[in-house]
Design a protein around this ligand. Structure first.
Ligand code: ADP
Ligand code: MG
Length: 260
C-alpha cells in the first residue's frame, strides 16, 4: 500500500460510524450515581481499554453495552441496535450473540470437555451444524494455544488455561465485539502472561474489543484508544501513547503514577 492509499483507507474508516457508541450514559443504583455521563466510541477493528480506580464504573459500562444493565439516561448503540431501547428477552439474547463477554470468573461447564464447552452454545443457541461447530472450535482452540486439550475437563486445567478456554468459548459465537473485564485479575501471576498473549494475538488479527484491565503496560501496548474513568466520568481519552506518555489530566497522571 502506498502512503496515499493508506491515507485514503484512513478517510474511509473515519466515515464509517463507530461500531459501539455510548452517549451521555447515566446510571444509578438507588442513590448511588455510578455513571454520570459516559461517552465511549469503538470503531471496527479497534482495541479500546478502559482504565481507572476500583469502583469508578468500568464493569458497569461493559454491562450496559451487553444490555445486562439499563441506564436511566443516555444512548447506547451497537451496530444497528439501540441497546437502551431493547425491551424483550429475545432482543437481548440476539444482542448477546453478537457481543462476547469474558469476566474474571471463567465459569466453564465443569462436566463438559473443553471441546464441548465451545460447541454447546453455537449448536444449541445459534443452531449451527455440529460438525461445522466442532471444526470451528478446533481452530479456536489452536488460536488460544490449547489444541492439545480438547478432551480435557476444566478441572484438569490451570486457571490461565481455563480462562483461555473461556475466551475461545466466547469467540465460538462469532461475536462482532468482545468485552474483557479484568480477565487476568483472579489468575496466578505465572499464568497471566499466557492469557495476555492470547488477547494480543486476537487484537493483532483485528478483533474489535473493549478491555478493562489493571495490566497497564499491556493496555498501553495493545490499545488503539484508552479511556480513563474516575467516579463515573470519563476524565480523558486518547491514543494509548498520549494517555500513558503525556496525560492531560493531573488525575490520570496520579493514577498512572500509582499503577505503573
Ligand atoms: P469498577 O468495575 O470500575 O471497579 P463497578 O462498575 O463495578 O466499578 O462499580 C461502580 C460502582 O457501582 C461501585 O460503587 C459499586 O459498588 C456499584 N455497583 C456495581 N454494581 C452494583 C449493583 N448491582 N448494585 C448496586 N451497586 C452496584
Ligand atoms: Mg470492575
Amino acid at each position: 500500500m502506498t502512503a496515499s492509499d493508506a491515507y485514503l483507507a484512513t478517510l474511509a474508516l473515519k466515515k464509517e460510524p463507530p461500531l459501539v457508541a455510548l452517549h451521555d450514559v447515566h446510571l444509578s443504583f438507588g442513590a448511588n450515581q455510578v455513571l454520570k455521563g459516559i461517552e465511549v466510541e469503538v470503531r471496527r477493528g479497534q482495541a479500546v481499554s478502559i482504565i481507572g480506580p476500583s469502583g469508578s464504573g468500568k464493569s458497569t459500562v461493559l454491562r450496559c453495552i451487553t444490555g445486562l444493565l439499563r441506564p436511566q439516561r443516555g444512548s447506547i448503540r451497537v451496530g444497528d441496535t439501540q441497546v437502551d431501547a431493547l425491551r424483550t428477552e429475545a432482543e437481548l439474547i440476539a444482542l448477546r450473540k453478537r457481543v462476547g463477554f469474558v469476566f474474571q470468573q471463567y465459569n466453564l461447564f465443569p462436566h463438559l470437555t473443553v471441546l464441548e464447552n465451545l460447541v454447546i452454545a453455537p449448536t444449541r443457541v445459534a443452531g449451527r451444524d455440529r460438525a461445522a461447530a466442532e471444526r470451528e472450535a478446533r481452530v479456536l482452540l489452536e488460536k488460544v494455544r490449547l489444541g492439545h486439550k480438547e478432551k480435557a475437563y476444566p478441572g484438569e486445567l490451570s486457571g490461565g488455561q481455563q480462562q483461555r478456554v473461556a475466551i475461545a468459548r466466547a469467540l465460538a459465537m462469532q461475536p462482532e465485539l468482545m468485552l474483557f473485564d479484568e480477565v487476568t485479575s483472579a489468575l496466578d501471576p505465572e499464568t497471566v502472561g499466557e492469557v495476555l498473549t492470547v488477547i494480543r494475538d486476537l487484537v493483532n488479527d483485528g478483533l474489535t474489543c473493549v478491555l478493562v484491565t489493571h495490566e497497564m503496560r499491556f493496555a498501553e501496548e495493545i490499545s488503539d484508544e484508552v479511556y480513563f474513568t474516575e467516579a463515573g466520568l470519563i476524565v480523558e481519552h486518547g491514543p494509548a501513547a498520549r494517555i500513558f506518555g503525556d496525560p492531560a489530566s493531573e488525575r490520570t497522571r496520579a493514577f498512572l503514577h500509582r499503577a505503573l
